[in-house]
Design a protein around this ligand. Structure first.
Ligand code: GDP
Ligand code: IMO
Ligand code: MG
Length: 428
């Protein structure tokens, strides 16, 4: 039971990066196991800001090994750019960063196809990050048009696979968008062979590596991307990402049994945000929503899109927590609410005149729910310098305790600013 897992409980961007960085010291390895460069994890350490996308947030600790495991989808160009950025600021990554040979690779056709599908969709757009994540996972499940990292080192078959896939994708792309330039298999093969060459020193069988690490008693920290409500199977489908981004994905994405996880920590913002399409019952299209967006700097790390902001949705977050089986929660960005006179927490939904705390299984039903709010007083004091529970204003403690009661899990950590130091180990 030597592993910790950090999972987002809402629609992503809950401050997982900050919390992973904070907990890294107590661990030997940090593992990303799903998602890709749709993720944007911010870490502020020693006054410097790092925006990580594919590389685990543990990379900022020199003694820790960062692992990009099997369930991640890798855009090699994005990964190499990120590696170059880390090398320039923190030194070489060899020996500190490992990439699974089983992870799937994102190719130009994934991005082109996703853009065309989003454009042609007749219903509300999913509002993806346009990184080819969904189309890559779809091809992974379909198998015939998928290429894994390990396939790039088998040059004969790699070239013929690309040729076969490009032939098919050119037909599909032309059918969806007659103006599209056909893809050139030779050029893609050359480009990706160069990426593969550069990544080679980092590529291994990460599953075997993690099994050996566990045998040796190493402490693993799993870093979730996205959030529980974006989970492909359990989230607000189809307005989700294409992987299991709740706690359900740790096992399948890493190849490590969930039975080794001693602590499942769920991260939630003190309010709610969402980027992209889909229902959002507690969304605020008013000056309070704008105040939260401005104060919390709620603009996407990856795409720069303004995030949709709203009151804390206790029904949705409780569902996220139950999906992931959390035994403790982190409440982040509490300081963003400090100026508000009063705060609302959605404790139940009204559906067709009935009160429920169950999260609806269909987005059409979720779009119709009426949030039932509990109103609490604000604290109207700057809390960014607070480091101990007892120094928090009583109203802030009341707010945190109410969130814990509604989610049904104890609060372990409260975050009052982006910096590592702006952290309260709650009631400790
Ligand atoms: P992630 O995707 O879950 O890692 O979260 P993001 O990095 O996308 O978004 C969280 C944002 O909030 C980042 O800009 C963080 O630097 C910032 N942040 C983290 N914790 C706090 C906090 O407690 N207060 C404030 N004001 N900002 C925070
Ligand atoms: P982190 O790890 C917030 C959202 C997109 C879109 C939906 C599908 O930083 O919390 P995709 O490109 O994955 O097919 O887009 O999921 N989304 C995120 N929202 N944080 C993320 O990651 C996200 N990754 C994807 O905005 O609504
Ligand atoms: Mg993010």
């Amino acid at each position: 039971m030597s592993a910790t897992s950090v999972i987002g409980l809402q629609w992503g961007d809950e401050a997982k990066g900050k919390i992973v960085d904070l907990l890294t010291e107590e661990h030997d390895l940090v593992v990303r196991y799903q998602g890709g460069n749709n993720a944007g994890h911010t870490v502020v350490a020693d006054g410097e800001t790092y925006k990580l996308s594919l590389i685990p947030s543990g990379i900022l600790h020199d003694s820790v090994i960062s692992v990009i495991a099997t369930g991640v989808v890798i855009h090699p160009q994005a990964l190499l750019k990120e590696i170059d950025g880390i090398v320039a600021r923190r030194g070489a990554v060899e020996g500190r960063l490992l990439i699974s040979d089983r992870a799937h690779v994102i190719f130009p056709w994934h991005m082109l196809e996703e853009a065309a599908l989003e454009k042609n969709r007749r219903d509300e757009a999913i509002g993806t990050t346009k990184r080819g994540i969904g189309t890559c996972y779809r091809d992974k499940a379909g198998r015939t048009h998928a290429i894994r990292v390990g396939d790039m080192y088998r040059s004969e078959t790699f070239r013929s696979r690309i040729g076969e896939i490009v032939e098919f994708k050119n037909i599909v792309l032309k059918a969806i968008n007659p103006d599209v330039e056909p893809l050139d298999a030779d050029a893609i093969f050359e480009e990706y062979s160069e990426y593969a060459r550069r990544l080679k020193p980092l590529v291994i069988d990460t599953t075997a590596y993690l099994h050996h690490a566990l045998d040796e008693g190493k402490r693993l920290l799993f870093e979730g991307a996205q959030g529980s409500l974006l989970d492909l199977d359990h989230g607000t489908y189809p307005f989700v990402t294409s992987s299991n981004s709740s706690g359900c994905g740790v096992h399948s994405g890493s190849g490590v049994s969930e039975r080794v996880i001693g602590r499942m920590l769920g991260v939630a913002k003190a309010y709610t945000t969402r980027v992209g399409g889909g229902p959002f019952p507690t969304e605020l299209d008013d000056e309070i929503g704008q105040h939260i967006r401005d104060t919390g700097n709620e603009y996407g790390t990856v795409t720069g899109r303004p995030r949709r902001c709203g009151w804390f949705d206790g029904v949705a977050t409780r569902y996220g927590a139950r999906l992931s089986g959390v035994d403790g929660i982190v409440i982040a960005l509490l300081d963003v609410l400090s100026d508000l006179d009063e705060l609302k927490i959605c404790e139940a939904y009204e559906i067709d005149g009935e009160r429920t705390t169950d999260f609806p299984s269909h987005v059409d039903a979720l779009a119709k729910v009426k949030p039932i709010y509990r109103t609490l007083p604000g604290w109207k004091t700057d809390i960014t310098g607070v480091r101990k529970t007892e120094d928090l204003p009583a109203a802030a403690r009341g707010y945190i305790d109410t969130l814990a009661e509604i989610i049904g899990s104890p609060v372990h950590i409260v975050s009052v600013g982006p910096d590592r130091l702006q952290t309260i180990f709650y009631n400790k």
